[in-house]
Each structure stands twice: as C-alpha cells, then as structure tokens.
Design a protein around this ligand. Structure first.
Ligand SMILES: [Fe+2]
Length: 197
C-alpha cells in the first residue's frame, strides 16, 4: 500500500444532529462502516497515485472498477456530509436561487425534478445537482452505484445518497419519505459556496 493523506473526514456535526430527519444510528453506521470501507478498499488499489488531488485522481483512474466504486464511494460521502446541516433546510438565496429558477422555473419544480431523479434511480445510486465548471449552468443528474459525477467538467452542489444503507433503518422501503425529509437538512450555504467556485 502506498502512503496516503486520505483519511475518513470527521462529520461537521454530531450523529444525532440531523434527527428526526436522519437518525443517529444510520448516520453512525453510514460514516464509521460504509464510508470507512470505501476508503479502506480504495487504499488497496495499488496502481493508484494517491498523491494526486482526490478529484484528479478519481478522473485519471476511473477506468479501474475498484477506483470507480470505492474511490467514488469515498468522494461522494466526503461531500455528502457537508451537503447536510442541522441548521439546513429552507430555500436557497441569491445567485443560486436565480440559477435554479432559470433552469427549473421555480423552487417547487426543482424539488420535484430532483425527487424524480432520486426515485428514478433503480437500485443504489445518487441524485446530484451539478454546476458546469466553465459556466453557471446547473443540472440534475442521477448516477448508479458509487459512480461520482463528471468531476472533470462539473462541480457538485448537492447530492443525495439513495442507497438503502442511507435510510433503511428509519424509512425501510419508503424512499420517497426519506427524500422529502432530506430537504429539511439540506445545507444551502454549502451549495451556494460550491456554486461560486
Ligand atoms: Fe452511502
């Protein structure tokens, strides 16, 4: 195994801080077991230069299935924790609000489209709100498994993990209820910062 600076990031809040929308046990298992396992398995990939910046490394080696799966899982969860906050919820403001209205008409329609992406992903995967790197255009996309978004050309603003491990303890088979509840913890401040990058 090569030396690496990659570590499991601490959550920016406590496991029970997203209650009642996301329960503490789910958060703890998700972070300490699932996220940790993606990192551990990524570090077993011997062909990878871990000294590269993470996003660059993921793009460079995305043809290697283990990097795509475990590296994607590591990266997706790194950003996912930041996309939620106990002080989250509500609606975006400023430039991001305008971009959402330009792309989707209004906030309610944006939420409906995002939910469609989250619900339309059969099996495990993610729904993303992305901004193009070289323009301020935004779009919604869903990805299967732990495939990360197109990081060469886009910046993730929001992402929703729709693997059952993200919601099963509290919501069982009711993915729509999890998606609806998630809006209460969405960190619009983080999304706005990403949008400005
Ligand atoms: Fe997950």
């Amino acid at each position: 195994m090569m030396t690496t600076k990659l570590t499991l990031p601490q959550l920016p809040y406590a496991y029970d801080d997203l209650e009642p929308y996301i329960d503490a046990k789910t958060m703890e298992i998700h972070h300490t077991k699932h996220h940790q396992a993606y990192l551990d398995n990524l570090l077993k990939c011997t062909e990878v230069d871990f000294n590269l910046p993470l996003e660059e490394m993921l793009v460079k080696y995305e043809h290697i299935p283990a990097v795509r799966n475990h590296g994607g899982g590591y990266y997706n969860h790194n950003v996912f924790w930041k996309m939620m906050s106990p002080k989250g919820g509500g609606e975006p403001t400023g430039e991001l609000k305008s971009a959402i209205e330009a792309a989707f008409g209004d906030f309610a329609n944006f939420k409906a489209e995002f939910k469609k992406a989250a619900m339309g992903r059969f099996g495990s995967g993610w729904a993303w709100l992305l901004r193009e790197k070289h323009s301020k255009k935004i779009r919604i996309e869903s990805k299967p498994n732990q495939d990360h978004p197109d990081l060469a050309h886009s910046i993730p603003l929001l992402g929703l993990d729709v693997w059952e491990h993200a919601y099963y303890l509290k919501y069982q088979n009711k993915r729509p209820d999890y998606v609806d509840a998630w809006w209460n913890v969405v960190n619009w401040n983080f999304a706005a910062e990403q949008f400005k990058k």
